[in-house]
Write a protein that binds this ligand. Structure first.
Ligand SMILES: [Zn+2]
Length: 86
């Protein structure tokens, strides 16, 4: 099987897609972590590592990479992301 790689927005490395956390901006204006295949939208990826998630949050990647401006929703998702740290 061909491996699909995506860029982690924390460390900016290309990583195998299935090792990354995906965050998608849904049509309803909400963000979702690891959406199902029917939920489409602009997405960003991050490794489930402390360093990557901290950098991702510090650099405000949900705001900049997803062009998303609902700060309340961003804070909620950033808190949820911290639970993925392995
Ligand atoms: Zn990373």
């Amino acid at each position: 099987m061909k491996e699909i790689k995506r860029k982690c927005q924390g460390c900016l490395s290309l990583i195998e897609r299935n090792e990354l956390i995906k965050i998608t901006k849904l049509q309803n204006g909400k963000l979702k972590i690891n959406p199902n295949s029917k939920e489409l939208g602009r997405s960003v990826y991050v490794c489930p590592k402390e360093e990557c998630i901290k950098n991702f949050i510090k650099k405000k990647k949900l705001k900049t990479a997803l062009k998303f401006s609902n700060m309340e929703e961003i804070s909620k998702i950033e808190e949820e992301l911290k639970k993925f740290i392995q």
